[in-house]
Design a protein around this ligand. Structure first.
Ligand code: FAD
Ligand code: 2MC
Length: 395
């Protein structure tokens, strides 16, 4: 990373680094952790096994403000910064990674409407999203356009007072269960500049859903294709201007990548806690596993890489709060590092559990399966390398 970036970072110390704010962050952290311990952790394995989307518990969380963490307060949001949001998502994910990750996608959608939507759109949609009376999904990926998102082929053609959308979106988190779909579709020519962003309601004519996907993890939230066949969307549901959709989608994802990194931090934190508990109790060769130097060094390595991941995620979150010009590549590097390292921590924890970690009775295998997909979605970690290397080479 060029030194000039590091200098500009140091020169711009965010007020959230002040000691008073650190106390506030600690408070938010303990609130979120208490919620995760009480509402998520006891149910995590059951929701995973039964593929249960816990709507009632999500709404309970919304009462505490989790439905619009970084959405403005006049529409029911919590108005927090990304740093505080990262602390909260990490704490929540210790109780259930999959459910927290869905909350993070819902938050990303709410933020996109809050920042890029019209006042009418904000007032119409956000109060019900922040309270989680309604749920939201983010729709970018298509069967033919995953990593190459700017190559998407869903079309939106203006006809009188409506846009008519045709195409399909793949892998949509919350798909079928959500009420509000934030959909990227092509109104113009090829490439990113031809893409626009729309708010599509579940009941709109021509909108349907594919079968519920059967997944390795992320089982507490449904994933479905979203299909548009002459789907009629009122013209006033265009978010921003025609052609701004890709930029809106990417700006949403910068925060999304920090959120997903934060969910991985929670998975890793909980996996380390589970490993510590296990190695103190489990005995082999007449002693606790914790007595072996291999165990001790492994735990030290796990804690070290959790710390490096956390520092990177929090730094990128601060940069988002500061609207730093290099935010895209820092969010990409933080997502790349944290999701790879934290997945490895979950794997190491499973190793320390021996055969027990492979049993579904033990939580570590849920953290392992849930955090695996973080290296794939919200931009694969190869795409993260693409974003980071482009920034380096364009200096
Ligand atoms: P591909 O793009 O086909 O990639 C396959 C492999 O090729 C990857 O390893 C990739 O890194 C590599 N690759 C591709 N291009 C290059 C290149 N130029 N250089 C080097 N390597 C390359 N999407 C949404 O829009 N909304 C959602 O809510 C959502 N939720 C999801 C939930 C789950 C559980 C999953 C699995 C996916 C979800 N996605 C969602 C989709 C996700 O974002 C995509 O799967 C992801 O972006 C990768 O796209 P792809 O699957 O088409 O893989
Ligand atoms: N932040 C802000 N702007 C960005 C950006 C970012 N992270 N990434 C790209 N852009 C801008 C970029 O600056 C350019 O704007 P301009 O022309 O004004 O300079 C424009 O977008 C097009 O970018 P590129 O020229 O780099 O376009 P290209 O097509 O070569 O690459 C790429 C774009 C690969 C970075 C983008 O398609 C991408 O991020 N792909 C991964 C898709 C993805 O993350 N999907 C996640 C779906 S959601 C999900 O998985 C969930 C679980 C919710």
């Amino acid at each position: 990373v060029p030194l000039v970036h590091i200098r500009s970072q140091e020169a711009n110390i965010s007020p959230s680094d002040a000691p008073t704010m650190i106390d506030e962050q600690k408070e938010l952290q303990s609130l979120a952790r208490a919620f995760a311990d009480k509402e998520f952790a006891p149910k995590m394995q059951e929701w995973d096994e039964n593929q249960h989307f816990p709507i009632d518990v999500l709404r309970k969380g919304a009462e505490l403000g989790f439905g619009g963490l970084y959405t403005r307060e006049d529409v029911g949001g919590s108005g927090l910064g990304r740093l505080e949001t990262s602390v909260i998502f990490e704490a929540l994910a210790t109780g259930d990674v999959s459910t927290t990750a869905y909350i993070s996608i819902h938050n990303m959608c709410a933020w996109m409407i809050d920042v890029f939507g019209s006042e009418e759109q904000r007032q119409k949609y956000l109060p019900k999203l922040t309270s989680m009376e309604n749920f939201a999904s983010y729709c970018l990926t298509e069967p033919g356009a995953g990593s190459d998102a700017a190559g998407l082929s869903t079309t939106a053609v203006k006809k009188g007072s409506h846009y008519v959308l045709n195409g399909s979106k793949a892998f949509i988190s919350g798909g079928g269960s959500s009420d509000i779909y934030v959909i990227m579709a092509r109104t113009g020519g090829i490439g990113p500049k031809g893409i626009s962003c729309f708010i599509v309601e579940k009941g709109f004519k021509g909108l349907s859903f594919g079968k519920k996907e059967n997944k390795l993890g992320w089982n507490s939230q449904p994933t479905r294709a979203v299909i548009m066949e002459d789907c009629e969307v009122p013209a006033e549901n265009l978010v921003g201007a025609e052609g701004q959709g890709f930029s809106i989608a990417m700006k949403g994802l910068n925060g999304g990548r920090i959120n997903i990194g934060s969910c991985s931090l929670g998975a890793a934190q909980a996996s380390i806690e589970a490993a510590i508990e296990h190695v103190k109790v489990r005995k082999q060769f007449n002693q606790a596993l914790a007595n072996f130097q291999n165990t001790q060094f492994k735990l030290a390595d796990m804690a070290t890489s959790l710390l490096s991941s956390r520092l990177m995620v929090r730094q990128a979150a601060r940069m988002l709060d500061q609207n730093h010009p290099d935010v895209a590549s820092y969010c990409a590097m933080a997502k790349l590092h944290s999701t790879d390292e934290c997945f490895k921590i979950c794997d190491d924890s499973m190793q320390l559990h021996g055969g027990y970690g492979y049993l579904k009775d033990y939580k570590v295998n849920v953290y392992f399966r849930d955090s695996r997909v973080h290296r794939i979605l919200e931009g694969t970690n190869e795409v993260m390398r693409m974003v980071a290397s482009r920034a380096l080479l364009s200096e």
